[in-house]
Design a protein around this ligand. Structure first.
Ligand SMILES: C[S@@+](CC[C@H](N)C(=O)[O-])C[C@H]1O[C@@H](n2cnc3c(N)ncnc32)[C@H](O)[C@@H]1O
Length: 186
């Protein structure tokens, strides 16, 4: 499986859109590692919150296939447009939605800001508990400052079991992909 095309991200009309970086590629690597599991699960809906260029969802769509609906939210309208462009370049179908987190209806995430860089993540976690299906998986990118162990502990109190499934060091930061599922899942 190859990395989706994304050369339009971070330039021209999409200059304000997050250009895929180490965190994006680590998440892609984690999804690739889980490819068999994801294909067996055959999810109906895949949600990426903060899709930026859309490269992660484009990759996921190439792994899982066209039977799923791929919803990609971002607060940045240019990111939504960029996600649509990435979908078209890579011949996959993604549904960009411009909204805060998951909007009023209220899965991958990477943000900074607030205490320990967790402002957005902490707002999002209650929605994860509500939205994750019984067999679903939730992937979250963290840096050490986010205190991933505490996030795992917090979500365990809501019945989600989590672990770090992939880590790397990039620009002096420890990046980890956390993966969660409901406790009763085998
Ligand atoms: C670090 S980028 C990651 C982009 C993409 N997931 C990737 O891995 O390449 C974080 C993205 O989250 C978006 N974002 C930040 N706060 C958000 C919020 N409250 N709701 C939705 N998207 C948000 C930003 O606009 C940005 O595109």
């Amino acid at each position: 499986m190859s990395t989706p095309l994304y050369s339009h991200a971070g330039r021209g009309d999409f200059r304000e859109v997050y250009e895929p970086a180490e965190d994006s590629f680590l998440l892609i690597d984690a999804l690739e590692k889980d490819a068999d599991r994801l294909q067996r699960m055959s999810p109906c809906v895949c949600l990426e919150v903060g899709s930026g260029s859309g490269v992660v969802s484009a990759f996921l769509a190439s792994v899982v296939g066209p039977s799923a609906l791929y919803i990609c939210t971002d607060v940045n309208p240019a990111a939504a447009q960029c996600t649509a462009e990435t979908a078209s370049c890579n011949r996959v179908s993604l549904q960009p939605v411009i909204t805060d987190l998951v909007g009023s209806t209220g899965i991958e995430a990477a943000w900074a800001g607030g205490e320990r860089g967790r402002e957005v993540t902490d707002r999002f976690l209650p929605a994860v508990v509500q939205l994750l299906s019984d067999k679903g998986l939730f992937y979250l990118i963290t840096i050490a400052e986010n205190d991933p162990e505490e996030i795992i502990h917090l979500l365990s109190q809501s019945g989600l079991k989590g672990e770090s499934c992939l880590s790397t060091r990039a620009r002096n930061e420890r990046l980890s992909v956390l993966r969660f599922h409901r406790n009763q899942q085998t």
